[in-house]
Design a protein around this ligand. Structure first.
Ligand SMILES: [Fe+2]
Length: 232
């Protein structure tokens, strides 16, 4: 199946969030600090594992920066940007479907990263099972063929962006790439699994060698999460 670049669409309604379907903690937990100071509508969700849990494939230092600085900054910037606007009381996905420019970028990056952390696991199975495995075979011929296509899509994506395994409207799986902050949830495709190919995802561990990062990614890909998304 051909890889295509997906543009964000402001239209397109999804029934529910893959994060919600998977019972994950999202970024929608209005909270106050111990001092009672409001922290903003959107919160940085906790990682699903300790920062060192993905070693040796992804270092704790990478998680310190990628999660603790980059992801955190997207959430903080989003809260600042939406203050006093019509986006202030919206759910994160509604912002992504309606906003443009910096508000879209920071909202989408907040969502994409929460999804990405859940696409990784210290107990990765190595390959999909069940319904998702059969859907991958149906679309790509084999898991190996899918893996090669996904890897080449990620390695060849120019600049910053994301490579996704998605389920389309017909229930078939496909690979899509998005540039910068763009995300399938702005459209009709349902994300199942993603790889962040912004340089900040791999520079500490692999410098500029994105292909090496993809080799590590396959050691961490959380097929249980992807299969749950597929069936959800
Ligand atoms: Fe990232």
């Amino acid at each position: 199946m051909a890889t295509r670049t997906q543009k964000p669409q402001v239209a397109g309604k999804r029934d529910s969030s893959p994060l919600d379907q998977s019972g994950l903690q999202g970024t929608q937990a209005p909270a106050q600090s111990d001092s009672g100071e409001a922290q903003g509508r959107h919160q940085l969700p906790p990682l699903p594992y300790p920062k060192a849990a993905l070693e040796p494939h992804m270092s704790a230092e990478t998680l310190e920066y990628h999660y603790g600085k980059h992801h955190k900054t997207y959430v903080e910037k989003l809260n600042k940007l939406i203050a006093g606007t019509r986006y202030a009381d919206m759910e994160l996905e509604e912002i992504i479907r309606t906003a443009q420019g910096p508000i879209f970028n920071n909202a989408a990056q907040a969502w994409n990263h929460t999804f990405f952390w859940n696409c990784l696991s210290p107990d990765a199975a190595g390959k999909p099972e069940g319904q998702l495995a059969r859907a991958i075979d149906a679309s790509f011929g084999s898991f190996a063929a899918f893996q090669d296509k996904f890897t080449s899509s990620a390695v060849e994506l120019f600049g910053s962006g994301w490579t996704w395994l998605v389920k389309d409207r017909d229930g078939k799986v496909a690979i899509v790439t998005t540039s910068n902050a763009d995300t399938p949830i702005a459209g009709d495709n349902k994300p199942l699994l993603t790889c962040d190919v912004w340089e900040h995802a791999y520079y500490i561990d692999y410098r500029n060698a994105r292909p090496d990062f993809l080799k590590a990614y396959w050691k961490l890909a959380n097929w249980g999460f992807a299969n749950g998304n597929f069936q959800g």
